[in-house]
Write a protein that binds this ligand. Structure first.
Ligand SMILES: Cc1cc2nc3c(=O)[nH]c(=O)nc-3n(C[C@H](O)[C@H](O)[C@H](O)COP(=O)(O)OP(=O)(O)OC[C@H]3O[C@@H](n4cnc5c(N)ncnc54)[C@H](O)[C@@H]3O)c2cc1C
Length: 352
């Protein structure tokens, strides 16, 4: 039997499995999925888990079951590309003939001292749970600072406002407006929503240091009870440690079939892959589908055909009743994008 090992059962890993098992799978190929968790965590909802507006079980999806799919639970500690094996914490190494790395991302702290030690995170299920506990155990009127006014920082601030009307919540952002890569109209709508809901936005903040009870804007301390980091991401540590060519965001450079050029038996998917998009669940899913097609073509001894990836757009929420979105160059605000976002979530829960 040939072994295809898929590391990570998130958006990318599971879309690959879905693609592989929806068509012909050669009988001599065994697919092994490895994840630390016994279910998929819907990472796009971790802001709501952390805020306390959804429950833990509502953001889990059962792994699929197929004949020919083996699932192993455990912590990947190292990928040994030369000997084609994956090293596990307290478990035997797993050997592979082909490998798909879909382990997602973690926080990037840009060298800011104290950020890793003193800020909460949304980047793993375990971290989002810890953030939930810390945020929701805060005394009334405590001060929360969310560092980074991108999509996840905004969604967290809005849901936290709904969950805890008493807290003093502020977003600290480096740019002149939140979601600075989006059209002005969207940022203006989000600024208004936060103004109406009593969430402060501080623009032009350059976080230089974090301590237990303060975030520093250059030399000026801003007193805080809890700070949450949403100001940058990079591939997980196991991928950071791979000695392979990477882009400026630390994502692995790939050939046109999404293989590592020096190790064509290794594919990289989602947040770990250097794609022409910012990392997203949508990009991970679309790319994984193509990796599935490449693998199937190669197993048939065909030449794979890969089309440029196309994404549908971005949707974000402002609590349960409002949202925003960007489809091509069209921006949408208000209730409709919120309903669309709930629809996307509903669909991803029923995908497998
Ligand atoms: C708060 C928030 C909101 C977001 N909103 C959106 C959105 O609205 N739309 C959108 O498209 N994207 C959104 N994203 C981004 C999206 O979640 C990611 O881009 C997407 O999950 C990437 O998919 P992936 O398969 O690469 O990794 P993931 O989905 O993160 O999957 C990685 C898997 O690997 C496992 N894993 C990691 N390390 C190890 C290890 N060492 N050992 C074993 N298992 C391991 C994890 O348990 C996980 O199951 C959001 C992200 C966040 C944090």
């Amino acid at each position: 039997m040939k072994k295809l090992v898929i590391l990570g059962g998130g958006y990318g890993g599971l879309a690959l499995i879905q693609e592989l098992f929806s068509g012909y799978l050669p009988p001599d190929v065994e697919v092994i999925l490895v994840d630390r968790m016994p279910y998929q965590g819907l990472k796009t909802e971790y802001y709501a888990l952390a805020a306390g507006t959804v429950s833990d079980v509502s953001v889990r999806v059962k792994f699929p079951q197929y004949e020919g799919l083996r699932i192993l639970y455990g912590e990947v500690t190292e990928i040994d590309l030369e000997n084609k094996r994956v090293l596990m914490l307290n478990d035997d190494p797993i050997e592979y003939d082909q490998l798909a790395i879909a382990l997602g991302c973690t926080d990037r702290y840009h060298g800011v001292p104290g950020a890793e030690e003193y800020t909460c995170s949304l980047q793993s299920f375990a971290a989002a749970r810890e953030t939930y506990v810390r945020l929701n155990n805060l005394r009334p009127y405590s001060r929360v600072h969310i560092i980074g006014g991108g999509l996840s920082g905004i969604e967290l601030a809005a849901d936290l406002r709904e969950s805890r009307p008493d807290l003093n919540i502020a977003i600290l952002d480096r740019g002149q407006r939140v979601l600075s890569s989006f059209p002005n109209r969207l940022s203006a709508y989000i600024h208004r929503w936060f103004e109406d809901h009593n969430v402060e936005i501080h623009n032009g903040v350059s976080v230089s240091r974090v301590e237990q009870d303060a975030v520093f804007n250059l030399e000026e301390p801003i007193e805080t009870d809890i700070a949450v980091w949403t100001a940058g991401i990079q591939p997980v540590k196991v991928v950071q440690e791979l000695d392979l060519p990477k882009d400026r965001s630390g994502r692995i450079l790939l050939n046109e079939w999404y293989q590592v050029p020096s190790h064509p038996e290794v594919y990289v998917i989602g947040d770990c892959a250097s794609l022409p998009f910012v990392p997203s669940a949508q990009a991970a899913g679309a790319q994984a589908e193509q990796v599935g097609n490449v693998l199937k073509a190669l197993w048939r001894n065909d030449t794979p055909k890969v089309h440029p990836l196309k994404l549908k757009g971005t949707l974000g929420s402002l609590g349960k009743h409002a949202g925003f979105g960007l489809m091509g160059s069209t921006s949408v605000i208000g209730r409709v994008p919120r309903i669309l976002k709930s629809g996307v979530l509903w669909k991803s829960k029923r995908n497998y």
